[in-house]
Design a protein around this ligand. Sequence first.
Ligand SMILES: Cc1cc2nc3c(=O)[nH]c(=O)nc-3n(C[C@H](O)[C@H](O)[C@H](O)COP(=O)(O)O)c2cc1C
Length: 180
Amino acid sequence: MPPWLAQISSAQRKESKLNASRWIQLATIGIDNTPRVRTVVFRGWSESYEMEIYIDKRSLKNEELDLNNNVEVCWLFSKSKCQFRFRGTSRIELGDERQRHWNQLSEKSKSMWSWPSPGKHLFYDQTKDFYVNEMEEISVNFAILKIDIFHVDQLILHNTIHTRRRWIRNKDWIEERINP
Ligand SMILES: Cc1cc2nc3c(=O)[nH]c(=O)nc-3n(C[C@H](O)[C@H](O)[C@H](O)COP(=O)(O)O)c2cc1C
């Protein structure tokens, strides 16, 4: 288990009652080589400690990641005034485990993958169908994005002194204290 995982698990436990503690900011490189960022839900860690996020295959981020799979994730724990930044590379999970993840979603959540294509022009009558589709079968648009992390930076704002540390995979994940 990488040593930074204990730090993030502890922050998660402290803020587990807040929905927002699972909201993370995922930054990608746009097709025009400029930055893109959006909020997504943290869904868990894989057995090899990749970060898991559910996305729609039709979304722009999927296209961006196809061209450049370098990402950064920013995760703020507001009560603890603690920020983590993760650098990594992403991949789309193609294996059987998609079904297991899909089965864990509520019917309401599943229906989102049958909505009209994200980012395309809205046609008014399409909104009528937004929550009515029963999704028995796994949607072809449902994808699990996995982020293989190679750099973690943590900053905690205490009243008097701030703490900053980082872990780098190429340096055997040895904790380094750095200036805040
Ligand atoms: C609170 C919140 C949670 C969200 N969770 C997700 C998510 O888990 N996966 C996702 O693809 N988009 C999620 N979104 C929507 C994204 O922020 C974004 O609008 C959408 O994915 C389209 O982004 P793109 O055009 O850059 O691909 C969420 C938005 C909010 C406000």
